[in-house]
Design a protein around this ligand. Structure first.
Ligand SMILES: N[C@@H](CCC(=O)N[C@@H](CS)C(=O)NCC(=O)O)C(=O)O
Length: 209
């Protein structure tokens, strides 16, 4: 199998952290987003979304979407469990992962992509050019800030997002907070519990994967 990857993009980082937590190694190929490699016909034929990560299996099956790739590896190697074990923990992990995806990751992506010069004309990934909307960047920053207020309160009562065990929801949050810095959003500032959590999670060996 092969993982199409990019060393600095946030979505592939989710998968790399996940793999590192599982102790798995997968052959990787970097797609040069800087040079538009994700929009070349050869790559679009593999993934019409024009995005990384993309996992290609030996039988030719292709899996896009970082969380779908993570689910594939969870099924392949259930331990250590990162999507939770048993009905309650699985639902709790899913709840926090979705909250983080919708109200933090997507907001951070929109905040960065609608404001940073590197994304001019590319406010959304994919083959169709999309203009930046500065007002959307501003609104998205507010959404991310509000979500982090909630997460700060939530983390006052527990070690990780879904309880006492590290999960894929923590991976999503780490990637979101770190990518926010590209847009000069320092989301841990003034949020002591979120900072405590970020310090602990960033110290895991997987964080540098
Ligand atoms: N929902 C997708 C998002 C994938 C995505 O947006 N990937 C970005 C890198 S983080 C990308 O490939 N961008 C290419 C572009 O900007 O054209 C996932 O989770 O895999």
């Amino acid at each position: 199998m092969k993982l199409y990857d990019h060393p600095r993009a946030p979505s592939p980082r989710r998968v790399r952290i996940f793999l590192a937590e599982k102790g798995l190694e997968v052959p990787r190929e970097t797609v040069s987003i800087e040079d538009g490699g994700q929009l070349q016909p050869a790559f679009l034929a593999r993934n019409p979304a024009g995005t990384v990560p993309l996992l290609e299996l030996d039988d030719g099956t292709r899996i896009g979407e970082s969380i779908a790739i993570c689910r594939y590896f969870e099924a392949l190697q259930p331990q250590p469990s990162l999507f939770g074990q048993g009905a309650v923990e699985q639902a709790t992990v899913e709840m926090w992962n979705r909250r983080v995806e919708f109200d933090l990751l997507l907001a951070v992506f929109a905040a960065v992509r609608n404001a940073h010069p590197a994304f001019a004309g590319r406010a959304l990934p994919g083959p169709v050019p999309v203009d930046q909307l500065p007002a959307l960047a501003e609104r998205s920053r507010g959404i991310a800030e509000r979500m982090c207020d909630w997460l700060d309160r939530h983390l006052a009562g527990q070690r990780f997002l879904a309880g006492e065990r590290f999960s894929v929801a923590d991976i999503s949050l780490l990637v979101g907070l770190d990518f926010a810095r590209v847009g000069k959003l320092r989301l841990t500032e003034g949020r002591p519990q979120l900072l405590r959590w970020h310090t602990e999670v960033s110290a895991r060996p997987s964080a540098t994967a």
